[in-house]
Design a protein around this ligand. Structure first.
Ligand code: HEM
Length: 519
């Protein structure tokens, strides 16, 4: 009997010793001590697929309803990773401003997105690191620097003339749908900044068509990201469609890239830089990625140009349409704008254009644009963020393997900050900020406190925000100065929303536009 006891004791000691050695050699992941933020319980695989099929607008609506139950930080299990959603301004500030470096990462690109971002070699999807820094610095210092932005002023004037021509034929009794004209105008402008030359209308329309198919159709490809190896077998047609879309995109962008490269080398050979304005694509040809010891390849240049066009066109034209819709809906806002412009540019017949240098003197114009971005932010979510390491926020775990999403629209509609938040009331910006009485200008960067964040905040804040503000102020001012905008007789301007790439007007703006005679 004693021998048995001894044997059992020896084997127990050996197994404890082995376990200790194994633990030392192969330490297992420590179990997280914190829990993920709360959220609805879902069926393991089916539930995740079902979430994947929902649009951001549907998710936003669900989150609004979940707020009472779970609070302002919620986890949804979308696809294979937990997605954390934050709607509270002070939590967003803690994350994106106070702990900015940790929250500046992006989640790994999903299979379908990898194709269009050249494996995360563009600014918006690059991981937080040296390549992102290089690409972003190139855009901000080479193209978005104030002196370079100024060099495109004749391009903006040219686009304004195109836009005015498109709107002019409208007889004041007939109302015109303006959305397509706004989109086309912004596209011409960004294409010119991207490729340097005035492109033919046919070329612009071709690029616009492919980019639009990409923006509007991308939701259809989300499902491919759930176990791509399986979806390649189950949904081969959809994969083909996705790859064809990339081929079509290359088909329209690569010839423009080649043409510009040839032109650039001719300019260098001729040693003449008269009238030569640097374009975005010019800055990409010689860019060197030190970590990878190579230049950008053609696919990466296509992805960066496509990102530039997408980021700067739909967002701005959507914001422009929302602002003009409110101007049509509330004639008193239009009257006050005209009065302000008259006070700055004068009212002589020859004062036909509101010049860029005049815009700084127009605080009401700025207030109208800011109110437009607060009340109708084109993006209701910032792009998904990720954290560089597991962190704790509001007592919950924010895991490295998840995505972190911020509800932009909800923050700008917070009744704790904004009185009657759903009303369109530009005066609120005059009352509290930059009203010419020594008031401080409104801080869109949210560095002290986030009150609204239409461009995001922190390290990933939209690098094009100043350019977007300039475009919006310039076009709103000139469209109001040139034309009188009115609603169709007996027709209310309907401000319902619809999710496309951006949050657009469900019923696009129809307005009667007539030359402004009584300035
Ligand atoms: C009204 C117009 C615009 C709005 C509302 C807007 C909004 C945004 C938002 C919400 C983000 C995501 C921020 C985040 O993830 O935290 C973003 C990122 C970005 N935007 Fe804009 N944007 C506008 C115009 C532009 C323009 C004109 C350009 C450039 C020509 C531009 C280029 C970018 C880029 C490159 C990023 C990615 C930044 C990064 O990941 O580091 N945007 N924008």
């Amino acid at each position: 009997m004693e021998t048995w006891y001894l044997l059992i004791l020896i084997s127990l000691s050996i197994s404890i010793l082995l376990k200790t050695i194994l633990n030392l050699l192969f330490p297992s992941e420590p179990k997280p001590t914190r829990k993920l933020p709360p959220g609805p319980i879902i069926l393991p695989i089916i539930g995740r697929i079902l979430w994947l099929r929902k649009s951001f607008a549907e998710i936003e609506l669900i989150l609004r309803n979940l707020n009472d139950k779970y609070g302002s930080i919620v986890t949804l299990h979308i696809g294979r990773r937990p997605a954390i959603f934050i709607r509270n301004r002070s939590l967003a500030h803690q994350a994106l401003i106070q702990n900015g470096a940790v929250y500046a990462d992006r989640p790994p690109a999903l299979a379908a997105n990898k194709i269009f971002s050249s494996n995360q070699h563009n600014i918006s999807s690059a991981v937080y690191g040296s390549t992102w820094r290089l690409l972003r610095r190139n855009l901000t210092s080479e193209i978005l620097h104030p002196s370079r932005v100024k060099s495109y002023s004749s391009a903006r004037k040219w686009i304004l003339e195109i836009l005015i021509k498109c709107l002019q034929p409208s007889h004041s009794k007939v109302s015109l749908r303006v959305k397509d004209h706004f989109q086309y105008a912004m596209f011409c402008l960004l294409a010119l900044m991207c490729f340097g030359d005035k492109l033919e209308e046919k070329q612009i329309k071709e690029i616009e068509a492919v980019q639009r198919r990409l923006l509007l159709g991308f939701g259809r490809f989300n499902i491919l990201n759930f176990f791509p190896r399986l979806t390649k077998i189950l949904l081969p047609k959809r994969w083909e469609e996705l790859l064809q879309l990339r081929k079509d995109q290359e088909g329209v962008l690569v010839p423009l890239i080649h043409a510009r490269k040839t032109k650039l080398s001719e300019v260098v050979k001729a040693d003449s830089n008269d009238e030569f304005v640097v374009s975005y694509v010019d800055t990409l040809f010689e860019m060197y990625l030190p970590d990878e010891k190579r230049k950008l390849d053609e696919g990466e240049i296509v992805s960066l140009c496509s990102e530039f066009l997408n980021a700067g066109t739909d967002t701005t034209s959507t914001a422009l349409e929302w602002i003009m819709a409110n101007i049509v809906k509330y004639p008193r806002i239009q009257e006050r704008l005209v009065k302000e412009i008259k006070g700055v540019v004068g009212d002589g017949e020859e004062e036909d254009e509101v010049k860029e240098e005049d815009l700084q003197k127009m605080s009401y114009l700025k207030a109208v644009v800011l109110e437009g971005l607060r009340r109708h932010p084109p993006a209701h979510f910032v792009l998904p963020h990720a954290v560089t390491e597991d962190v704790v926020l509001d007592g919950y775990l924010v895991p490295k393997n998840g995505s972190v999403n911020f509800l932009v629209a909800e923050m700008g509609w917070d009744p704790k900050v904004w009185e009657d938040p759903m009303a369109f009331n530009p005066e609120r910006f005059l009352r509290d900020y930059g009203n010419g009485n020594g008031g401080e200008a409104f801080d869109l960067t949210g560095s002290r406190e986030i009150k609204m964040m239409p461009f995001g905040v922190g390290r990933r804040i939209c690098p094009g925000s100043a350019l977007a503000m300039l475009h919006l102020e310039y076009f709103v001012a000139n469209l109001v100065w040139k034309f009188q905008w009115t609603a169709d007789d007996g027709d209310e301007v309907d401000l319902s929303e619809k999710q496309e790439f951006t949050m657009v007007m469900k019923h696009p703006l129809q307005a009667r536009i007539s030359p402004r005679l009584n300035r």
